[in-house]
Design a protein around this ligand. Sequence first.
Ligand code: HEM
Length: 499
Amino acid sequence: MYSEAFRSLDVATLCVVAVTAILIGFVNFVFFRNRSLDGPLFAVSPQSDSGFRSVSEILRYTYPKFQNRIYRLRQHYGDIVVIPPKFVDALQAAPENLLSFQFLARERFFARYTYLVSMVDHPDNNTVIKSIKNNLNKSLGDVLPALDDEIEHAISTHVGDADEWKAIFPAHSLLPVIASGSGRIFVGEELNRNPEFLDCILNFTIDSMMGGEKLRQYPSFLRTLAQWWIPELQRSRTKLRKMMHLLGPIIESRKGNDHVSDMLTWNMANSPRSLEHNLKYQAHNQLISSAAAIHTTNMQLSHALFDLAAYPEYLEPLREEAKTVFQAEPNGVWTKNGMAKLRKLDSFMKESQRMNPLGLLTFERRVMNDLTLPDGVVIPKGYNIGCPTSSIAKDDTLWEKPFEFDGFRFERLRQQPGHENKHQFVTTGIDSLYFGHGKHACPGRFLADAEIKLILMNLIVNYDVKLPDGTSRPENVEMNSGVMADPTKTILLKRRSKA
Ligand code: HEM
């Protein structure tokens, strides 16, 4: 039918239609997609001698100058409109049709091809977030003993004996420990101890992220095709199939039987009804949870371990605190109340995060409709915004001696009347954007907090920790706006004799 209609049109008419279509596309692109925005543009240009070589260099330069106005920062993922921190409170509860975290994440990580963000574009599609907020976070106290048990098992498997000083790479050696802890919460003990499951939750993220970076090199119209020949993306598809295979029998056995407390059960209960038993959807939920949970937590833990080894004077007070608080635990297992008393450890972790935030920029969102900032400036639809987290962390109007590592800084701040519950590792605010802030603030930070504390305590109580002789705290490795603990550097551990 369509070909007959086309045959009846003459060539001249077709040309007019084609030119008009191209013009509409052009007008759309120029006037709607990238409507201009006042404000200077700073770009990373590593090749130029006079330019900025990194995002952090730009932020160091711009932060003092742009306390009250926006600017654009051009980096690997495209342009970000950097907003002053003072606007964050006004924007933190903005609805999804104005500022979208999901949209930005889907686009940045090519979610259609990498499966890194939820595949189902459905208003009810926040299954994983619901499970974390409504189930996991409320039952964290109940799952602590299992988490502790899994972490102890994983540390003895992956760190093992160290009767003499033993070198470990924080960024690698503890990754399976974090993965095992998270996996225990995701699917329970049996499947979590299956090496194929561990392989899926650990390596899906790496394959998908690396595959996404390869995909970025292709023009957008070729990506649908290119996904099929990029080996990393083939591997992430295989992992999705493997996860389906592993979960199949468990989902079958849980139909109508929801007494097991883990993410799988919660995800099934929180799914749109039509997807409750959909194997692909549930397998994918496991993979996106692990993508959000494992490498982030591992990286923050790695930073803390480098700090622990670099500042060994903190070991003894932290050891003392862990022992004293644990001795007061009623049944010899960690409780939520007990964990909340670890104020020195909490402070040490927060200081390590302040010195080494995983993201130079966070609170990143896509502007879905023209956004009017509190100062009246309008950011047109289609731009991305973000906040300079790492600069806020070193702002000397907020923090005393901000470039010095002061492990008990936040413990002291919490001693001020009225501040007892502030300044915690999990606290977010405009002076603490490491987990974002507001509506999309990381819901998994309470699990990350518990995992890092349990692992650090295990290591602090059972091992001595130091840097290799003659070395100092390794410099961080910056990749675009991410801050990694150097994966090529080690710390040394030695098992302490049992007192
Ligand atoms: C130290 C470890 C972690 C760090 C530094 C971290 C950081 C972040 C950040 C910066 C965001 C964006 C928040 C915003 O822009 O307002 C985020 C979102 C998120 N995180 Fe985490 N995260 C960590 C661990 C985890 C864990 C363990 C889980 C899962 C159990 C998790 C699940 C999520 C999810 C589901 C979101 C999306 C929230 C939404 O769309 O509303 N994260 N995280």
